[in-house]
Write a protein that binds this ligand. Structure first.
Ligand code: ST9
Ligand code: ZN
Ligand code: ZN
Length: 333
């Protein structure tokens, strides 16, 4: 375990390069609303997906076998962990290191979630942390909660995002052969892991109807995981606790922690982005942490980074609130 002892502000400066520049960019983006160029193909595809997901929800409640209900839950959990443990904590933030078999496992379960390949996901996410709530943030909350939630996937990206994002060093991502394999084979991988296997397994193993399996375990489950993820960009920048940094838009929120398998400690995460736990909440609110810790026990994970207690205390005192931290941890666990 590596303990990080530098102040969060220094970490932020490392991430943001220049905090004044960020403040200026935030002000700029508030002044003139950006041009919105709708991508109608995406509007149509997401509308169709949601229509299918509603049918799937009905079938899940009234028609599906119990084994299928369990299968949907398992797929949501695995796919989400491919995003949280893989794309997010390992590849976007490098908050721990993983050996080859673990990286392959994370890449495969990430493909269940179909949220763009990991290199693209991590590039957008590094932009989100570095230029939060500016035009270079792919899902800036300055453009409203719907935009932050899913609207950003329905319109062309802001020019500032492309210009600033091009300055990021992504060499670590391109150097990982597991990620390059996923990128080169992305469509077959999501075809198999997001749609084909989720449908085939219930039909083959417990005789579920193919249509019910497809609508529940593929379409409904995929849409549900998408919304759970998108809630981190909307709800987790909106309603909740802010013990670590009162100036940020990010918050700690109980419900997003549950739905997003441990990613709801977003005020903590934006303050200490290199901490593999992403929050101080207990393990039952952070299943992804449990997965990473099990990986460490098996020797597949090493060099997990955490933040030293004295750094957290100093941060709360300067930029947040120590009492709010204590109250929140007592209430949420
Ligand atoms: C999905 C992703 O849902 C969800 C991500 C959520 C992130 C959450 C983060 C916070 C949570 C953390 C915790 C995780 C919790 C998980 C919980 C799990 C329960 N930098 O994109 P293009 C340049 S995906 C630098 O086409 P357009 C670049 O040159 C759902 N450059 O832009 C690029 O070319 P290339 C399924 C950048 O044309 C070129 O621009 N997927 C950057 O404006 C063109 O890029 C979809 O629905 C950058 N950041 O189109 C697809 N970005 O890539 C949706 C771009 O070759 N996306 N460039 O280098 C699209 O259709 C399009 O991207 C678009 C914009 C229409 C939105
Ligand atoms: Zn992050
Ligand atoms: Zn955020």
């Amino acid at each position: 375990m590596t303990q990080i002892k530098v102040d969060a502000l220094i970490t932020k400066q490392f991430l943001a390069a220049d905090l004044n520049e960020i403040r200026q960019m935030q002000e700029e983006s508030k002044k003139k609303p950006p041009k919105t160029e709708i991508v109608w193909r995406n509007v149509f595809l997401f509308a169709a997906l949601h229509f299918g997901a509603l049918i799937g929800l009905y079938q899940l409640v009234f028609q599906a076998k119990w084994a299928t209900v369990g299968w949907v839950f398992l797929l949501h959990t695995l796919g989400s962990m491919g995003v949280t443990g893989g794309a997010h904590r390992l590849w976007a933030h490098r908050s721990y290191k993983a050996r080859f078999p673990m990286r392959v496992f994370l890449m495969l379960i990430n493909s269940i979630a179909f949220q763009n390949d990991i290199i693209e996901w991590a590039r957008d996410h590094r932009c989100h942390h570095k230029w939060t709530d500016t035009d270079a943030d792919p899902h800036s909350t300055n453009r409203g909660m719907f935009f932050a939630h899913m609207g950003w996937l329905l319109v062309k990206k802001h020019e500032q995002l492309k210009v600033q994002g091009a300055k990021l060093d992504l060499s670590d991502l391109y150097a990982d052969r597991v990620l390059m394999f996923q990128r080169r084979n992305y469509l077959p991988l999501v075809g198999i892991f997001c749609f084909a296997l989720p449908t085939f397994i219930p039909v083959y193993f417990w005789g579920e109807s193919a249509l019910i399996a497809f609508y529940t375990a593929a379409l409904f489950r995929y849409t549900f995981t998408l919304h759970a993820t998108w809630c981190i960009n909307s709800v987790s920048h909106w309603i909740g606790w802010q013990p670590y940094d009162h100036q940020a838009s990010s918050v700690d929120n109980l419900w997003t922690s549950v739905a997003a398998v441990g990613e709801g400690g977003h005020n903590y995460h934006h303050t200490f982005p290199q901490d593999y736990r992403t929050s101080e909440h207990a393990e039952f609110l952070n299943w992804t942490r449990v997965l990473i810790d099990v990986g460490a026990t098996l020797g597949l994970v090493y060099d997990r980074k955490t933040t030293a207690e004295e750094v957290i205390e100093r941060q709360c005192k300067k930029f947040g609130c120590a009492e709010e931290r204590a109250k929140m941890l007592q209430k949420l666990g």
